[in-house]
Design a protein around this ligand. Sequence first.
Ligand code: PGA
Length: 259
Amino acid sequence: MRKKHVIGNWKMNTTLPEGLKLVSGIIDLLANNAGVKKAAGETFIGIAPPFTSLSDVSALIKKTPGAPLHVGAQNVSSRDSGAYTGEISAAMLASLGVSFIIVGHSERRTLYHEQNDEINQKVLKTLGAGIIPVLCIGETLEERENGQLRSVIDAQLIGGLASVAPDAMKKLIIAYEPVWAIGTGKSASAAEANEVHAIIRARIKELYDEKIAEAAVILYGGSVKPDNAPALIAQKDIDGFLVGGACLAADSFCGIIGA
Ligand code: PGA
């Protein structure tokens, strides 16, 4: 039985005061809404605020004993240290107690031209620092319409996982995010998403083995909301969500956890 995961990617949203307010709202609902509280007991819940809020958000969570919230980062450098102005290393994030890092998000791939080999370096640096990588993969609408779904997923999976040892696969999380569903309000249907999740799981089995494939946590991302979450999570190969827009309000993020 794979654990359910709900991870919120705040992207470039929230100043520090706004971020602290959002976290307080989430902590409050996790403690006081019976349905959300019950679901939270069985779910890995993560939030990925901007780098500028990581310390203070972590401190606020620590001040609330029992708050079941993990803090993660949205990106990491592919280098260890040195003259890389503006970059943040995995060791720096580890020193803050960050528990996961989102790697290879489609916005990084598209807007910042990150390629599979750089993304692979980020995955390896993240694992090396003892942090869980959340490796994002997914096709554009054009690629899907051109019949390239499998080859794109394959290249992103094989490229992103190069040199990842079988043992490390037990920590790694995959997020399938069709690019055409991100921030568009147009989610993949539950069946459409599950079909790709099954392809990914089958590929992991080929690359590693059946046990690792069965244990692999594969999240869906792309316009997840409280109202479409139940149908998606009912699918056999969908283990949870990477949430963008809907994680910026405590009630909709917790609504997805409740679902
Ligand atoms: P969205 O974003 O939920 O706003 O579609 C998902 C993501 O980018 O992870």
